[in-house]
Design a protein around this ligand. Structure first.
Ligand code: FAD
Ligand code: UDP
Length: 379
């Protein structure tokens, strides 16, 4: 009946389903445990008329023209450049930390001296990871690095990860570098925006194909059974390919233990005021238990006298919440490796996406990966 079973109707599963249905003209069943498609990109209209991202703010940004072109087949875009402010010592300054932020917080002379020294070392516009800057020998540059480390990174990272910046994968803090220019944008990718009618609508268009059947409210284990490295579907051995985009440890019944994730307690609020804050997102590294507040009207303008905000409170992932961010440690990488070995024994299994590959993928990484895996493993 079906040539492919895809577990998960997030971006990874949906791109794969679309490719298989359109390019190969084969039948796909997509099994999704939530009551909606689109995974963590899911957005929906709030009663205020404001489009709200239910699993946290999602801004699309990429330098991959092929990814942008592919997605543009399913949506028009609202041109949007993401701006983030950081609440530091009672002042809101642009993030990533740049020359404008420096001038708002440090005395003029000191700020100019540090900028000159930075530009002796790096080109104007460079984006330097904070952990690299901390190793600089010059006392002024070190002063800045220590300042930014303490005011922007330390407490935010402890809240977000339960670990200090030097204890997590350096690539994570490198996502938000120190910027040696006055560019106040959070991302500098060539293509940036939000789908004009939202991510859910975009993904709905991908899945809207006669070869694709989507089964919501269904966990993979309700239709698939894994026994002796073979999948059974509805009581019979499944000869087609299974593309799994859920948690790899769950697929193998946590036999090597639980892979660690961070989760978020997401607190939405509807407010009887037209605007709440001056940028889409304001980060609070040092104050409060939440990391950031997002106001969705900045992403999707709406004619409403109300506004909707979201506060993100990081927490450990357990059975009562969703896995959002993989926590990379030597131990978790080793555990993932063991699951990968189990997966390799199953001939007709493909692992794809943030959870199955245990990677900190952005949306464009997931689409790029899905398009590659389709060409290399599936086609
Ligand atoms: P998911 O979206 O997690 O989809 C997996 C799907 O599989 C889910 O729907 C899940 O319910 C389903 N599933 C899992 N297990 C099972 C099972 N056993 N049976 C059935 N179904 C199952 N990226 C950006 O590019 N820009 C951003 O601004 C951005 N902001 C983010 C903010 C937050 C708070 C978070 C958490 C992520 C953000 N991302 C952002 C990343 C983005 O969400 C991911 O790159 C993308 O959603 C990954 O898609 P996926 O399909 O791999 O995973
Ligand atoms: N970060 C920080 N302070 C900030 C913003 C980011 O310390 O104000 C660190 C933190 O460790 C965070 C990482 O940089 O987890 C990546 O930030 P990003 O904004 O990319 O996180 P995401 O949007 O993926 O949650």
């Amino acid at each position: 009946m079906f040539d492919y079973i895809i577990v998960g109707a997030g971006l990874a599963g949906s791109v794969m389903a679309e490719r298989i249905a359109c390019e190969l003209n084969r039948k796909v069943l997509v099994v999704e445990e939530r009551n909606h498609i689109a995974g963590n990109c899911y957005d929906e209209m709030d009663p205020t008329g404001i489009l709200v991202h239910r699993y946290g703010p999602h801004i699309f940004h990429t330098d991959h023209e092929d990814v942008f072109r592919y997605l543009s087949g399913f949506t028009e875009w609202r041109d949007y450049q993401h701006h983030v402010l950081g609440f530091i010592d009672g002042v809101k300054v642009p993030l990533p930390f740049n020359f404008n932020s420096m001038e708002k917080l440090l005395p003029e002379g000191l700020s100019r001296r540090i900028q000159d020294k930075l530009l002796e070392r790096y080109n104007y516009g460079s984006r330097v990871p904070i952990l690299e800057l901390l190793n600089d020998k010059d006392p002024d540059v070190r002063f800045l690095a220590d300042y930014v480390y303490r005011k922007v990174f330390l407490n935010y990272t402890v809240k977000q990860w339960g670990l200090r910046p030097e204890e997590i994968d350096p690539e994570v803090t490198a996502r938000v570098p120190v910027v040696l220019s006055r560019d106040d944008r959070y991302f500098t990718d060539t293509y940036q925006g939000v789908p004009r009618e939202g991510y859910t609508r975009m993904i709905q268009r991908m899945l809207n194909h006669e070869n694709i059947k989507v089964l919501l409210n269904t966990r993979h284990s309700e239709v698939l059974e894994l026994r002796d490295d073979k999948f059974n579907f509805m009581g019979r051995e499944f000869q087609g390919r299974v593309i799994f985009t859920g948690k790899i440890d769950e697929l193998f019944n946590y036999s090597h233990g639980r892979l660690p994730y961070r989760s978020l307690d997401l607190q939405f609020e509807r407010l009887d005021t037209e605007w709440f804050q001056e940028a889409a997102t304001v980060n609070y590294p040092n104050d409060y238990d939440f990391t950031r507040i997002t106001e969705f009207k900045h992403l999707h303008p709406a004619e409403s006298e109300k506004t909707v905000t979201l506060r993100e409170y990081p927490c450990k992932h357990d059975e009562g919440n969703d896995p959002y961010y993989p926590v990379f440690t030597d131990e978790s990488r080793m555990m993932y490796g063991k699951y990968r070995e189990l997966a390799e024994k199953i001939e007709n299994l493909t692992l794809l996406g943030r959870l199955a590959e245990y990677r900190y993928y952005d949306m464009d990484d997931v689409v790029k990966r899905a398009l590659e895996v389709f060409e290399e493993e599936v086609r």
